[in-house]
Design a protein around this ligand. Structure first.
Ligand SMILES: [Zn+2]
Ligand SMILES: [Zn+2]
Length: 266
């Protein structure tokens, strides 16, 4: 089977809806990777509701959370996979302030914030630590700490001779750019945070994100074969992103804004 990344959701911060967002989509961040013959989910925003039918019966499904901000987590209690008996979600996440991933989820997905806990679904959930380097079946997963409030893990996945890098929720500052350039060197696909326009940058520079121009430049610097700018601002309509597309492609000809339900072949 082909190696690919499907964009199930790519909006940042909060979901949006309406005709102004019909192309790039309103669901928050979630990517389905198909690499080396297996599926792997990255983040659990509301895009997780787009999980295709053929994934629902896979016996074990790894899900790696880059961090636990709500836009990356909020789809989890409605994840269609959890409603299937006899399957197991392997949930990889980092601890925060000495709270394990499991303890964090127990806090968020329990009354009064949510009526049911994750252990009440037909599917089983196993909580696993997100470490610097580990193997998920045929896929090697490596992480790099990004620059973001409360922290974030940038991810590099390697399998079947292909490499995908997810750099979401990260400020591509001069401090991290050399590390990131090396981390993403020659990757087949770079998915990079580009929430803001250059004009919006001054006000938002401490928010833990990047501009779409920084994302395209990183793609050029690291010789990524393809680049997708992700984590679109909820204030950016299709018209705003379409108008900015030429500025991306003048930097890297294979750079564009990711859109919901896009399948990117590696
Ligand atoms: Zn986010
Ligand atoms: Zn975040």
């Amino acid at each position: 089977m082909k190696n690919s990344v499907s964009v199930l959701g790519t909006r940042g911060s909060v979901p949006v809806s309406g005709p102004a967002f019909s192309h790039y989509g309103g669901a928050t961040t979630c990517f389905l990777v198909h690499l080396a013959g297996q599926y792997l989910l990255l983040d659990a925003g509301t895009g997780i509701l787009h999980l295709p039918e053929e994934v629902l019966s896979v016996r074990t499904l790894p899900l790696i959370l880059t961090h636990t901000h709500l836009d990356h987590l909020i789809g989890l209690p409605m994840c269609p996979y959890l409603f299937h008996p006899g399957v197991r979600l392997l949930l990889y996440s980092q601890p925060f302030c000495e709270l394990s991933g499991e303890a964090l989820f127990d806090q968020v997905f329990s009354p009064p914030f949510w009526p049911v806990t994750l252990d009440s679904f037909p599917a089983k959930v196993s909580f696993l630590p997100l470490t610097e380097k580990f193997q998920v079946g045929n896929i090697l997963v490596e992480t790099l700490p990004g620059i973001h409030p409360d922290g974030v893990a940038l991810l590099r996945l390697t399998g079947d001779g292909k490499r995908v890098v997810l750099a979401t929720d990260c400020t591509v500052s001069s401090e991290i750019a050399p590390l990131l350039k090396e981390f993403a060197q020659n990757c087949d696909l770079l998915l990079c945070d580009g929430q803001y326009s250059p004009e919006e940058w001054d006000f938002h520079k401490t928010f833990g994100h990047s501009t779409w121009i920084s994302a395209a430049k990183l793609g050029l610097d690291c010789h990524a074969k393809q680049v997708r700018v992700i984590h679109h601002s909820p204030f950016h309509s299709d018209a705003v992103l379409d108008a900015a597309l030429p500025s991306l492609q003048s930097i890297h000809p294979k750079c564009s804004f990711a859109y919901e339900m896009e399948e990117i072949l590696l």
